[in-house]
Design a protein. Structure first.
Length: 402
């Protein structure tokens, strides 16, 4: 007897009209230098009304999974509209294949999205630009478009479905977290906050002033948002205000009595200095993370720095410069534009000792306010030098703006 073959992947219903049809990437471990130890998801959403719309696609290798999930709800050929909220290829990579399979009546993107898509792909369909505030009727439901320019690309946009009170927020309010669970209320609260903070620190931190403005703009729209459905990680169907409140707090960039001591060491001298500095900070009541950079990924340092008030960086001098791991961390952190930090540099050296001065210069470029002169120790720190390190920690603690 013949058996019917079912689509191997299943969509997950989010609201009356919205289905999750994305893909889970259990294996991705790097996103532009950000270590995604827990993988990610590429969320795409099908909206069913008189017309059927697909909002976003997935990274190209996962397009078969996307089409199969769509197929578990409707034949992909029935899709009328495709909305591209963002041209980055983790969301648009599957677009050419989706358009070829679905042949939708229309494809929509923001004005800058139209341009960005044309600079990525040779698409079989023309893409229509939608302006900020414009709406698209699906018959029985309406999609509203909200530009989120530079959050985090020029083309970024969010789509709001008023009837179901769902904000399809694309990269905003997301996290890189592969899970068999689709909803935030099914995942441990501490995991959610840690992964959302990690995502904010490594992607959105340099855009914090714009995050604040976007939250203000969405607040002024007066729209009711019950469900926040981002393009990465779990969907917030209950208590979605929690993630919005986290964003508001991180965007404000308030310093806390927390310090990050990031360093590398050749013969454990700079390591001994780092530990003594950490001890001085802790003795002054500062929550302290001492992070050896060969064991701590740059994105872990960025995450710890998100709510810190001090950054201290240490390096031995190697070939008249800073250690490679320290240079890597400084370059990465500079791009993230952390705010409201005080700091200092330290390190052991043998004869030339340029590293501390170079770190001070890098901290200046990052607008980290110097809380103390840099501290250099020749070869191996003795008891007195370690006392100076501890005193440096206590001095920095006095300057934290919290
Ligand atoms: Fe900006 Fe998830 O891509």
């Amino acid at each position: 007897m013949a058996t019917s073959v079912k689509d191997p992947y299943t969509a997950v219903q989010v609201t009356d009209r919205v289905y999750w049809v994305g893909a889970i990437d259990w294996g991705v471990r790097d996103f532009h230098g950000y270590a995604t130890q827990r993988g990610s998801t590429y969320n795409a959403y099908l909206v069913l009304a008189d017309k059927i719309a697909l909002v976003d696609t997935v990274k190209a290798p996962f397009v078969g999974e996307l089409l199969a999930r769509i197929g578990s709800v409707v034949d992909p050929g029935r899709i009328d509209y495709v909305i591209s909220n963002h041209a980055e290829m983790d969301h648009s990579g599957g677009l050419p294949e989706v358009l070829a399979a679905a042949r939708p009546e229309k494809v929509f993107a923001s004005t800058l999205g139209v341009k960005a898509l044309s600079e990525h792909f040779s698409l079989p369909s023309e893409v229509t630009a939608v302006k900020d505030g414009e709406s698209l009727s699906l018959g029985g439901a309406t999609l509203h478009f909200v530009e989120a320019r530079m959050l985090h690309w020029p083309d970024s946009m969010m789509t709001y479905l008023a009837e179901d009170r769902v904000l399809l927020s694309n990269d905003a309010f997301g996290m890189h977290l592969a899970s068999s669970r689709r909803f935030a209320d099914e995942i441990e609260a501490a995991t959610l906050e840690r992964e959302a903070a990690r995502y904010y620190a490594n992607i959105l931190l340099p855009l914090s002033p714009l995050v604040g403005k976007l939250l203000e703009k969405v607040g002024k729209l007066g729209i009711a948002i019950e469900v926040v459905a981002p393009s990465h990680g779990p969907i917030w169907r209950k208590d979605s205000g929690r993630v919005v409140d986290w964003y508001a707090g991180w965007a404000a960039g308030k310093a806390n009595r927390k310090a990050v001591v990031a360093y590398d060491s050749m013969w454990q001298s700079t390591a001994a200095m780092a530990r003594a500095i950490g001890d001085g900070l802790a003795a002054a009541g500062v929550e302290t993370r001492v992070m050896p950079l060969r064991e701590s990924h740059r994105s872990d340092v960025a995450t710890e720095l998100l709510q810190a008030g001090a950054l201290l960086v240490g390096s031995p001098t190697l070939n008249n410069g800073v250690f490679p791991t320290v240079a890597d961390a400084l370059s990465y952190l500079k791009g993230l534009k952390p705010r409201n930090l005080v700091g200092a540099a330290f390190g052991s050296y043998g004869w030339s000792g340029e590293a501390v001065g170079q770190i001070e210069e890098a901290l200046r470029e990052m607008k980290v306010e110097p809380a103390s002169e840099g501290l250099r120790v020749k070869y191996v720190p003795d008891r007195e030098s370690l006392s100076e390190c501890s005193a440096l920690g206590r001095r920095v603690a006095e300057h934290i703006h919290a």
